[in-house]
Design a protein around this ligand. Structure first.
Ligand SMILES: CC(C)(COP(=O)(O)OP(=O)(O)OC[C@H]1O[C@@H](n2cnc3c(N)ncnc32)[C@H](O)[C@@H]1OP(=O)(O)O)[C@@H](O)C(=O)NCCC(=O)NCCS
Length: 160
């Protein structure tokens, strides 16, 4: 199977935060931002794999700054690494205060997506072909996170 560079999977979604997305204090619900991250990660993973995909894991995600009603949220996703059937997708969340055009980074998420075949079984995905030093760094760090995730899963299973 031919490899694909991370740039092939680059995907973006934009949401203008309104009242339905917010709580009574005017802050966007964290779940709204997480859903947007999940969607953009799914698009990136489908672009990389050419199959349907499911979310298998969502790494600890923090919200470093509040997103407020009236602000524009942009989420950008790229496949960082691909293994047999799973891919790690990195998502960067930014908000824009439209009147001042100030842009701030609010969150980063790492989401693991699994490619599925037509019968719903995990299916092989193309390898990732890093093109830049940044791509290489992301792939290297993704491998560390995968090793930690799988080690944690094994350790928890052993303890039951
Ligand atoms: C994703 C799913 C098909 C994997 O099934 P499974 O029986 O664990 O299959 P496998 O053991 O072959 O694992 C498939 C891949 O997922 C990876 N994986 C499984 N659990 C994982 C976890 N907790 N964290 C990271 N990767 C994980 C495996 O390492 C493997 O990757 P690889 O093929 O690249 O090595 C199954 O767990 C599932 O259907 N989950 C529900 C998905 C879903 O409904 N998501 C929400 C809606 S989209």
């Amino acid at each position: 199977m031919d490899g694909r560079p991370p740039s092939d999977s680059r995907s973006e979604l934009v949401l203008w935060i309104g009242l339905p997305e917010s709580n009574s204090a005017g802050n966007a619900h964290g779940g709204v931002i997480m859903k947007l991250c999940d969607e953009v990660a799914g698009i990136a993973a489908i672009r990389h794999s050419g199959t349907r995909v499911v979310t298998v894991g969502f790494d600890r995600m923090t919200f470093q700054r509040p997103v407020l009603v009236g602000e524009l949220v942009t989420v950008r996703a790229t496949v960082n690494a691909a293994w047999r059937s799973s891919m790690e997708v990195g998502v960067r969340v930014e908000k824009e205060t439209l009147r001042t055009r100030e842009i701030e980074h609010t969150s980063t998420a790492y989401i693991t997506m699994v490619a599925l075949d037509d019968d719903g079984r995990p299916a092989p995905v193309p390898p990732i072909l890093p093109e830049t030093d940044e791509d290489l760094r992301r792939a290297r760090e993704a491998q560390v996170r995968r090793d930690n995730r799988l080690a944690e899963r094994e350790q928890l299973a052993d303890g039951r």
